[in-house]
Design a protein around this ligand. Structure first.
Ligand code: PSU
Ligand code: MN
Length: 343
């Protein structure tokens, strides 16, 4: 970091620590439809750091039992750094912030058993009214929240840091299909710091960064000048900003509040798992294959993910697990810094 940047951040710190307004009011959700785990509620009311986790990654992002083991490992990483984990989901129409261990186990099996529906922001009101009946399947029990829906509920509960694997973005060909994840809109209007490994390389990274700029989302990379390509730390694309410590992220987050902005922030952590490089190469090959085979629309992602997993002999799953844990380490530091600055 240049010395002028250092000075800027010092000024910012002074500004944010002396004039920190109370955060935007939290839960306006009636207590009858949101259930916050007592441990999480206690931490929030005592000003202790809490990190939100999403449930789509558990239900649909990884197979069982790797998903459950990862959820346990992430919780352990957070707790070791004094942070309370809060997995967010919808269960039988009730918004949930923090899950009991037996519920986490149930959620981890729910995806494969067809008991979980992917829920983005627009689905939250629907599932709360109908008890997760977005499909005709009576057995659907869980709403698995995406980054967007998790942000919305995290903020409603008063949580300002959220750790995940990858966020959604602009799909390849999105300039025609308009397939652009609601995660980007949510980042523009909900004040939560999202820690991820960047956007998946099956997405269009450059256009995703353009949309983030249009929506006014402060975006930067953890200790690197480059925007990471999810599996690989290298993308050749310059990041809009660089964060060298958690306090800088926290200060920028509080600066957003002082400016009266409602946006969140995107912090991308480069994946340093060595297997990630091979995975990235395989994705590029498979993308070419899918073009040659004329696979289009919603069939592209499943095709690519399956082919990449086969091609890399499981490296893609292992690397995905490793990057989420790395993100948890960084997210814990950020949550601690935000809570320090708020006191
Ligand atoms: N990236 C991954 N695995 C995932 C997702 C993203 O590597 O499971 C999930 C996240 O929950 C993200 C969502 O919020 O996909 C984006 O979906 P969509 O593009 O439909 O908004
Ligand atoms: Mn989409």
């Amino acid at each position: 970091v240049s010395s002028t940047m250092q000075t800027a951040f010092q000024t910012l710190r002074k500004f944010t620590t002396t004039a920190t307004p109370k955060f935007r009011p939290h839960s306006t959700i009636p207590s009858s439809c949101i259930k916050i785990l007592p441990e999480v509620a206690d931490a929030l009311s005592n000003g202790q750091p809490v990190v939100a986790l999403e449930s789509t990654i558990v239900a649909h992002g990884m197979p069982y039992p790797q998903n459950l083991n990862l959820a346990k490992d992430v919780s352990k990483i957070l707790r070791e750094k004094g942070v309370v984990p809060a997995t967010i989901a919808v269960k039988n129409g009730v918004f949930r912030v923090g899950l009991q261990p037996d519920e986490m186990e149930n959620l981890a099996l729910a995806g494969e058993e067809g008991r979980a529906m992917k829920c983005s922001t627009r689905d939250l009101p629907l599932v709360s009214v109908t008890g997760v009946r977005l499909s005709s399947e009576e057995k659907v029990q869980w709403g698995a929240t995406t980054v967007a829906a998790t942000m919305w509920l995290a903020h409603a509960a008063g949580i300002s840091t959220f750790v995940t694997g990858g966020t959604g973005g602009v799909h390849r060909g999105g300039e025609l299909s308009l397939d652009i994840s609601a995660d980007l809109i949510e980042l523009s209007r909900t004040p939560v710091v999202v820690v991820s490994a960047g956007v998946k390389s099956i997405l269009d990274m450059e256009r995703t960064l353009e949309v983030l700029e249009t929506y006014g989302v402060p975006t930067g990379t953890w200790k690197s000048d480059e925007f990471p390509a999810f599996f690989s730390p290298m993308s050749g694309v310059k990041s809009p900003a660089r964060f060298d410590c958690a306090l800088d992220v926290a200060a920028a987050y509080l600066a957003c509040r002082n400016l009266g902005m409602s946006c969140g922030m995107l912090v991308s952590v480069p994946n340093h798992d060595p297997a990630g490089q091979n995975v990235e190469a395989a994705i590029q090959e498979v993308l070419e294959m899918s073009k040659a085979a004329e696979i289009n629309g919603k069939d592209v992602t499943p095709f690519i993910l399956r082919a990449v997993a086969e091609k890399t002999g499981g490296d893609s799953l292992r690397s995905n697990i490793s990057l989420v844990k790395q993100n948890a380490e960084v997210g814990a530091e950020i949550a601690n810094s935000i809570s320090d600055l708020q006191c």
